[in-house]
Design a protein around this ligand. Structure first.
Ligand SMILES: [Zn+2]
Length: 263
C-alpha cells in the first residue's frame, strides 16, 4: 500500500491498481473536523456525529482529490449483497439498501463507508470499469465480492481473469474473534479451507480471516490478481476507525474509486 497525504488528508492506495485511468484510495481518519469519538475525518452520517462536521469532512476529502461532490455516487449500506450500476445521471445519488457499486463512467466516483468491514476494490483495465464492495461478516457470508465480480462481467463484459482486486484496510484475523451461530456459519462454509478459521480457543471461540475468505470468493469468481492490504483497522486505530475496538462509538472512514475524466 502507498500512503499519500495532500492538504492534511491522507489515504492508502493499492500498488497493483495504480493506473492513470483510475483513482482509488482508502482514507484515514485524519484531517477532518469531527470531535471525539469521531475524530476527525468521519464520513458516517448515522453514527451520532454533528451533521455539519460530516458535511465538512466530505468537502475536505473531495477537495483533496479535486472531485465535485455532484459526481460522487454512494449508497445506504445494509450489510446485504445488492450491487448497483452507477450511470452518468447517478452523480450525487445515494442508492438505497445497496452494498456494492460498479461503474464505467469517466469522472464518476464511487464512495463507501467503513469501520472494520472489508472494502473490496475492483478494476478492469481493458473495459475501464471499476467496482467497490462493502463486505462485513454478513456481506461476506452472502458472497457480495463474488456478486460484484459477476455484475461487472454481466454488465460490462469483463473477463474475471482480467480484473485486478484490492482488499483494503479492515479488521484482520488478529482481532476478529467470533463465536456462536456466526462462527458456526463460517465454519460450515469455510472450515475446510486452509487459514479461514484460525486459532480456535478453549472456550469455543475462534478468529475469522475475512481477507482470506474474500480472496477465496474472488478466486472462485475467476479473479487472479488480488492484493491484500494486510492492514487491520482494530490494530491501527491510529489511522482508521474500528467499530469493534472502539465499542461501536466511532466514525466511518471512506473508500473511493473512480475512472478519471481524462486518460
Ligand atoms: Zn488486528
Amino acid at each position: 500500500m502507498i500512503r499519500t497525504e495532500h492538504n492534511g488528508i491522507s489515504w492508502y492506495s493499492f500498488e497493483s491498481l495504480r493506473d492513470p485511468a483510475i483513482v482509488q484510495g482508502t482514507f484515514t481518519r485524519h484531517g477532518g473536523v469531527s470531535q471525539a469519538p469521531f475524530g476527525t475525518l468521519n464520513v458516517g452520517s448515522t453514527v451520532g456525529d454533528d451533521p455539519a462536521a460530516v458535511q465538512a469532512n466530505h468537502a475536505r476529502l473531495f477537495s483533496a482529490w479535486n472531485i465535485p461532490a455532484e459526481r460522487v455516487v454512494t449508497v445506504q449500506q445494509v450489510h446485504g449483497n445488492r450491487v448497483a450500476v452507477a450511470s452518468e445521471q447517478d452523480g450525487g445519488r445515494i442508492f438505497p439498501e445497496t452494498d456494492a457499486l460498479i461503474s464505467q463512467i469517466p469522472g464518476l466516483y464511487l464512495l463507501l463507508r467503513f469501520a472494520d468491514c472489508v472494502p473490496v476494490f475492483l478494476y478492469a483495465p481493458r473495459q475501464r470499469a471499476v467496482g467497490l464492495t462493502h463486505a462485513g461478516w454478513k456481506g461476506t457470508l452472502q458472497e457480495i465480492a463474488m456478486q460484484t465480480v459477476r455484475a461487472m462481467t454481466a454488465t460490462f463484459g469483463c473477463q474475471p481473469g482480467e480484473l485486478v482486486a484490492g482488499i483494503g484496510p479492515s479488521i484482520g484475523p488478529c482481532c476478529l474473534e467470533m463465536d456462536g451461530d456466526v462462527l458456526a456459519d463460517f465454519r460450515a462454509r469455510y472450515g475446510q479451507e486452509e487459514g479461514c478459521i484460525v486459532r480456535p480457543q478453549a472456550n469455543g471461540k475462534a478468529f475469522v480471516d475475512l481477507w482470506r475468505i474474500n480472496a477465496l470468493q474472488l478466486q472462485a469468481a475467476g479473479v487472479q490478481q488480488i492484493e491484500t492490504a494486510g492492514i487491520c483497522t482494530s490494530c491501527r486505530r491510529d489511522e482508521f476507525f474500528s467499530h469493534r475496538a472502539e465499542n461501536g462509538k466511532t466514525g466511518r472512514f471512506a473508500a473511493l474509486i473512480g475512472i478519471t475524466a481524462k486518460a
